[in-house]
Design a binder for this molecule. Structure first.
Ligand code: ATP
Length: 370
């Protein structure tokens, strides 16, 4: 473990009662001072990871480390972690100042110190002067900032944010994305942010963990994950993708739709069956004979910055193209792409393989207790 690692999960499985595990053998490291996002569909286990870090629940199997110390049994109020909840969980009968001061009063700090710290936290979130406002007089975005001030005033090492922007309308949500990102940079505290919104994750994060069915499918920077999705789930979940079956002939040579194409991928078995991803914006419309693929245009939508053109090849594969050029419906056109636009993925686990693996965790968990 390097010195910069603040949180480490080692083979963590979480199971409630005798249900299948909601997290299966999850291992990862969180580095100090970065903005992390846990991204995945509803029910995939994101909140469970936050609850394990916060100390609201314990792992069924595995270990959690904080600053190199095992914290499996450390109670929530003894952890250097604060949570910002989706519904903010502010106290409606207390004003802004007292909401932010709450944790400091419990710690029995002196009044002068409390006032100084609350003022500093409020000015960090651009709410200086709002001390005496009632919570009900604050807008959604302002309540959000009070909740963040209440978290940062305790000077935690890590702030956990559970879908904190989901109650806001789109415009305010985008503004708060910038604000939160900027705030994290200024504070230098580790943020772990939960969302099921892929655009939000791409815009805000240093590192993203893409989660599905209790398992981290891929972790990496937004560009890593967008440009090199590791499997069909990630490719589909992050942005739009064209995915077709193919065969890896050799290093740097792949076959799909009955033709061989130069690519930049290597390290596969000869003739290994693979899946190919090409992003819609990496396909360029060209004359039929100049295209690497020949397709027929099925439909076209104007999306403001580009046209979204849906085409089919001779094998019936759908190809979505984002292009500033128009194409005529029912005509045949060529699609051109660079070798770098092709992303080759190993075939993912089948559902049966995944279920079988989960069953082995269930067996393991029942031996270790809850
Ligand atoms: N206390 C609990 N007892 C039993 N099952 C639970 C408990 N808490 C969560 N679960 C189950 O664990 C699974 C994962 O839940 P979790 O809240 O971690 O998912 P999530 O990815 O955060 O989803 P969402 O985006 O909908 O909040 C779900 O199937 C949920 O029903």
């Amino acid at each position: 473990m390097t010195n910069d690692v603040i949180i480490q999960f080692k083979n963590v499985t979480k199971q409630y009662d005798n249900d299948p595990p909601v997290l299966g053998d999850v291992s990862f490291e969180i580095e100090r001072g970065k903005f992390y996002t846990l991204l995945g569909p509803s029910g995939c286990g994101k909140t469970t990871i936050l609850r394990l870090i916060a100390g609201f629940t314990e792992p069924s199997i595995g270990e959690i480390y904080f600053n190199n110390k095992n914290i499996n049994h450390v109670p929530a109020n003894k952890r250097q972690v604060n949570t910002v909840f989706q519904d903010y969980a502010l106290f409606p009968h207390l004003n802004v100042f007292e909401n932010v001061a709450f944790g400091l009063r419990i710690k029995k700090l002196k009044n002068a110190e409390i006032t100084a710290k609350v003022k500093e936290a409020l000015s960090f979130v651009n709410l200086a002067g709002y001390e005496n406002r009632e919570i009900r007089e604050m807008s959604g975005g302002q309540k959000q900032r009070v909740a963040i001030a209440r978290a940062i005033v305790n000077e935690p090492e890590v702030i956990l944010l559970d879908e904190p922007l989901s109650a806001l309308d789109l415009k305010l949500r985008t503004e708060m994305q910038y604000e939160l990102r900027e705030l994290q940079r200024r504070l230098g505290i580790t943020f772990i942010f939960v969302t099921h919104d892929q655009e939000e994750a791409l815009a805000m994060s240093d590192e993203i963990f893409v989660i599905n069915e209790g398992k981290i499918q891929q972790s990496g920077t937004p560009t890593d994950i967008y440009d090199e999705p590791i499997n069909r789930f990630v490719a589909d979940f992050i942005g739009e993708s064209n995915i077709v079956k193919g065969k890896m002939m050799n290093d740097y040579l792949v076959e799909f739709v009955g033709r061989e194409f130069e690519c930049v991928d290597k390290g596969f078995n000869e003739n290994e069956t693979v899946e190919i991803v090409i992003r819609p914006e990496d396909l360029e419309i060209t004359a039929l004979d100049r295209g690497k693929l020949q397709v027929k245009v099925d439909s076209q939508l104007f999306r403001g910055v580009h046209y979204e053109i849906c085409c089919y090849d001779k094998d019936g594969n759908e190809w979505l193209v984002h292009s500033t050029k128009k194409a005529a419906v029912d005509t045949e056109i060529g699609l051109y792409f660079d070798p770098e636009a092709i992303h080759v993925m190993r075939l993912g686990e089948t559902e049966e393989e995944f279920d079988r693996r989960l069953e082995t965790y269930v067996d393991g968990a029942s031996h270790h207790g809850k």
